[in-house]
Design a protein around this ligand. Structure first.
Ligand SMILES: [Cu+2]
Length: 322
């Protein structure tokens, strides 16, 4: 059978078109590959470098007298270790002691700053607790096991690292159910609100505290090596964003340069990991605007993660806004 000439022409045209398309695709792939290899260092790439303690903080330290040589200790009065509590709110009560050298937790109303305690529920970001003469309400607790970690901090969020500064308790919450919700009558009127009685809300100032996100304790061993992530956290603006402090609390472990074998590994935005071998804060400069992830981990001498209920590898998102 003979193919009519017009059909042959169409067929040849189709082949040419196919080759063109294929060729086009091929070169597009090569282009994208080339783009990928040449864009390893696009403009605005972050190159973080360790920076000295900022002068503004050095000045604050001078103005504080001996406070930075203080050896503050904390005791968790409530909840008691291994306590079983009912309801979704727990009152945290602390006793501050030790060689304080003028250290006291208090927020200066004019600056909104001051010494404070870092309070960590499970492995959530810490919350600041300023006025220890009244309890800190840990609100919105879910049923089950929880851990609370506390340690004293300076106005710029650098923790005190002396013996006795860090405390941890485990407790269990039961009977959350409806106890956290107001009792509603059949016609929809609120009869009582156990969490915040309407009559006392206006009479008493709001307690320090926090509605925490739902979480539970990890399978945690309080006498095993433990890294408690503290900083960075939240949003950093202006000069607070450069440099930014990385700070943590270390229990039951010594780092390599402190006579031990452990290392703290940190990773920013999933880039190459770096190590901290002395237990002290570091300041990192060179952040670009936007959201960043900071991962801080406790590893052994072989670089293997030392697990402790999931607490020894923590990733937080921070936001840099200049
Ligand atoms: Cu703080």
């Amino acid at each position: 059978m003979r193919t009519p000439p017009t059909r042959s022409l169409l067929f040849v045209s189709f082949c040419c078109l196919s080759l063109l398309i294929l060729g086009g695709c091929q070169s597009a792939e090569e282009n994208s590959y080339a783009t990928a290899t040449t864009s390893v260092t696009p403009p605005g790439t972050q190159a973080l470098t360790e920076a000295p303690r900022p002068q503004a903080i050095a000045d604050m330290m001078k103005a504080r007298g001996e406070q930075d040589q203080a050896l503050p200790t904390l005791r968790i009065i409530s909840p008691a270790n291994k306590a079983v509590v009912s309801g979704s709110t727990v009152n945290l009560k602390l006793e501050l002691g030790g060689d304080l050298k003028g250290y006291l937790a208090h927020k200066d109303p004019s600056t909104g700053k001051g010494n404070h305690i870092h309070v960590i529920l499970d492995n959530q970001p810490y919350e600041a607790y300023y006025e220890l003469n009244q309890p800190f309400e840990i609100r919105n607790l879910t049923e089950g096991k929880h851990t609370l970690r506390v340690f004293p901090s300076r106005p710029w969020h650098e923790s005190y690292k002396n013996d006795g500064a860090f405390q941890v308790v485990e407790f269990t919450v039961k009977g959350v159910g409806d106890a956290s919700k107001p009792t509603i009558t059949r016609d929809g009127q609120t009869m009582a609100s156990p969490a915040a009685p309407a009559a006392s809300v206006s009479a008493t100032p709001a307690r320090e505290g926090k509605d925490f996100a739902p979480s539970n304790a990890g399978a945690f061993d309080p006498v095993a090596p433990l890294l408690s992530y503290s900083r960075p956290k939240g949003e950093y603006k202006g000069e607070d964003a450069d440099p930014i402090m990385v700070d943590f609390w270390l229990s039951n472990a010594k780092l390599r340069s402190d006579g031990g074998e452990y290392r703290v590994r940190y990773t920013v935005d999933g880039s190459e990991a770096r190590f901290i071998d002395t237990w002290k804060p570091i300041w990192l400069g060179g952040w670009i605007n936007g959201k960043h992830t900071v991962k801080v981990e406790l590893v052994d001498k072989d670089g293997k993660l030392v697990d402790n209920g999931g607490y020894n590898s923590t990733t937080r998102e921070i936001n840099v806004v200049r």
